[in-house]
Design a protein around this ligand. Structure first.
Ligand code: SF4
Length: 385
């Protein structure tokens, strides 16, 4: 029985290649971004706070911060990487301590709600035997029978209310809460934005949850049917643990490790030359257009239609070029069909058909009339690193 989680689905939507490495090939990577490392430690510290409270032990703020320091140091490893290199690990550690201290001061003595569970580990059944992993940071209820699905956010991004009202993760968890605790009068979705010492709340009605469940099940079906896992380069690559082995970045890592300049590497040389030639070609094409214009002007002035050079001659012939205005396209198409001459002038749009065949979005008998061969598309773009 396959289980999907919010992060598993999110990874598929972010980059199918990363999804394949992580969830299909199950490739382990020691690399961990400091944001992930920091998030884990902050969650562990808050988990301890609430677990101890169950046993009537209230940690002082200092005790909690000491615990945080201890788990930070114990878990620290040399594969933790920092993308924002103007900051050090110490900056992140101090920032995390501030998050915890602010949270502590805000919610002490932590009794405004009854805590039901911390870091839940459960599964919710979806259609066709799939399951959804329920991992709630903090689940609580109040005396009025309202439940609170709470999530600690450690990033420096305060989301807008509209984004939270569209969020899938806590909404899916609320579906589980409604099933598990039918007494729930309401299920509130709560985000603690620790960097801003701010709590934000949203809620979903049953209709919205039913629709969301359908969307999630549809996405799962898409994943199950997927057999093509391309890379998707974005700014999120900087935080990806697979970057050094990803085909979109591997060459860069290899050259950097070899301590060579890119201009000394064979692949680097090819790209540099390709890029130079493309530039030359672009300039040449622009120049050709200019010369054509000048030749036309020259021929007109001289009232000639052939201009002679050293080895070649160039004929300059005026002709009537037919224009088909876009706004008359439909009318023209209808007329051509009505007059029974459509077959004579229409041609198959292979450009549009190819992606449909690739995605198997056309009938099998159409696909059976096509062949496949490997082809390559090369495109140059500015390096983003
Ligand atoms: S580095 Fe980027 S493109 Fe490569 S697997 Fe990771 S997210 Fe995908």
């Amino acid at each position: 029985m396959t289980t999907y989680s919010h992060s598993k689905l999110g990874t598929f939507q972010q980059c199918k290649y990363k999804y394949k490495l992580q969830y299909i090939d199950k490739i382990k990577s020691d690399l961990e971004s400091i944001e992930i490392f920091m998030g884990k430690r902050v969650h562990e510290a808050l988990e301890k706070l609430y677990n101890d409270l169950k046993f009537q032990k209230l940690n002082t703020k200092e005790e909690l911060l000491q615990f945080f320091e201890k788990i930070w140091d114990e878990n620290w490893h040399d594969k933790v990487f920092i993308v924002k290199d103007e900051y050090t690990a110490k900056n992140y550690k101090e920032m995390s301590k501030k998050f915890i201290a602010d949270y502590y001061d805000h919610y002490k003595p932590f009794n405004h709600r009854t805590v039901i569970a911390i870091e839940t580990q459960d599964r919710m059944n979806l259609s066709e035997g799939y399951q959804y992993h329920i991992r709630i940071d903090h689940l609580a209820c109040d005396k009025e029978g309202n439940y609170y699905v709470c999530d600690y956010k450690t990033n420096n991004l305060l989301k807008a209310q509209e984004e939270l009202d569209e969020d899938h993760q806590l909404a899916m968890y609320s579906l589980w809460v409604k099933q598990k605790y039918p007494d729930a009068k309401s299920v509130k979705l709560v985000w603690y934005f620790l960097a801003f010492d701010k709590e934000m709340i949203s809620e979903r009605n049953d209709e919205q949850l039913k629709e969301l469940k359908k969307q999630i099940e549809k996405l799962i079906k898409e994943i199950e049917a997927c057999n093509n896992f391309p890379t998707n380069v974005s700014s999120l690559c900087d935080y990806c643990q697979y970057k050094p082995i990803c085909p979109a970045w591997k060459h860069k890592f290899e050259v950097e490790e070899s301590k060579k300049e890119f201009s000394e590497d064979y692949g680097g040389k090819l790209v540099d030359e390709f890029s130079k030639l493309q530039e030359t070609k672009k300039h040449a094409e622009e120049k050709i257009e200019e010369i054509k214009e000048d030749l036309i002007k020259f021929a007109k002035q001289k009232e000639i239609d052939v201009v002679f050079g050293t080895d070649k001659r160039c004929s300059v012939k005026e002709y009537d070029k037919i224009i088909f205005p876009d706004d008359k396209k439909e009318e023209l198409l209808k007329l051509i069909k009505d007059k029974g001459i459509y077959d004579e002038f229409s041609s198959l749009n292979y450009f549009k058909l190819s992606p449909k065949v690739l995605k198997k979005e056309v009938d099998e008998d159409i696909i059976s009339l096509t062949d496949r061969e490997k082809a390559y598309r090369l495109s140059l773009s500015k390096r983003r690193d």
